[in-house]
Design a protein around this ligand. Structure first.
Ligand code: G3H
Ligand code: ZN
Length: 286
């Protein structure tokens, strides 16, 4: 059934687990994420990024409608989240498109501008009944930027600043920069667990890990134990999907029907989603 992000994250935080928030670009992604969550018997968040909307010629509704319909008939609770929103126009489409939450990303702006933009977004979101996440510090690697940016100490989230940012903006959750970076294809990120512990102690909202594809399983489990309640992942699942498609096409040079390779890709992604949920300890459906 369709759930809300706020509810799923609150339940995960209370159980000291994390809910997987998986980026979906196509209908096959949606199907893979839901079937993976079903086989792990765990709730899941389907997240659509501003970039994914760009891929669909700027239109949110077609993918969102498909995701809502699929989530409604899923055997596990599934919520829709609009991810890395920088456009106010897109932000304002979220409620009508079936999203219960947004991540408003003004993290590239200097502190005061980030705070002002985030506070305005949070005021608007709350008036609509939306749950809102924001980012402080910057998890690098967005839009093809070099991921090394996240490993620079200056890009990390400062606990005292984060505490003021959450209090002054009113956001419901915070994405923290603790050593992960977006779009990593090798699982070599080393998280700063001491910083995560200090952030967790300083903040009374759930913490979100972005760029989780590059984080090894043991580090992910430690991050969840350290206070991460929502784990955003995209690239790792596309590695699984695309690898399976590539293998299928390599073995079937005569293939023309996309269902052959898309089914292989979808199955591989589904299995990877289930494995990830196992690492996060997310199998809590009640
Ligand atoms: O918001 C989305 C995530 O941070 C995904 O990052 O593709 O590096 O796993 P990833
Ligand atoms: Zn992200």
């Amino acid at each position: 059934p369709l759930a809300t992000t706020g509810d799923l994250v609150a339940r995960a935080a209370a159980a000291r687990t994390a809910v997987a928030a998986v980026n979906v670009i196509t209908l096959e992604h949606v199907e893979a994420v839901l079937s993976g969550a079903e086989s792990a018997a765990a709730p899941v968040i389907l997240q659509v990024s501003e970039n994914a909307v760009g891929f669909h010629q700027g239109r949110l509704a077609p993918l969102a409608r498909a995701a809502v319909a699929a989530a409604e008939r899923a055997a596990v609770p599934a919520a829709l989240h609009l991810d890395h929103v920088t456009s106010d126009t897109l932000l304002r489409q979220a409620p009508d498109a079936g999203f219960s939450s947004v991540m408003y990303d003004a993290s590239r702006l200097p502190y005061t501008e980030n705070l002002d933009a985030t506070r305005a977004a949070a005021d608007w979101a709350h008036a609509q009944g939306l749950w809102i996440e924001a980012e402080l510090g910057e998890v690098g690697g967005k839009d093809g930027q070099p991921p090394l940016a996240a490993h620079a100490p200056g890009a990390r989230t400062d606990p005292a600043e984060a505490r003021a940012f959450v209090a002054d903006s009113g956001v419901d959750a915070l994405a923290v920069a603790v050593g992960s970076a977006h779009a990593m294809t090798a699982r070599t990120a080393a998280l700063d667990h001491d910083l995560l512990k200090r952030l967790s102690a300083a903040l009374d909202v759930p913490l979100v890990l972005h760029g989780s594809s590059g984080v090894p399983d043991a580090e992910l489990a430690a991050a969840v134990a350290g206070g991460i309640a929502k784990v955003n992942v995209g690239t790792a699942l596309n590695i699984a999907l695309t690898g399976a498609v590539r293998r299928y096409l390599g073995g079937h040079p005569e293939a023309v029907d996309p269902r052959g390779y898309l089914a292989e890709g979808r199955d591989a992604m589904s299995r990877t989603v289930a494995e990830l949920i196992g690492v996060l300890g997310g199998a809590v459906t009640s």
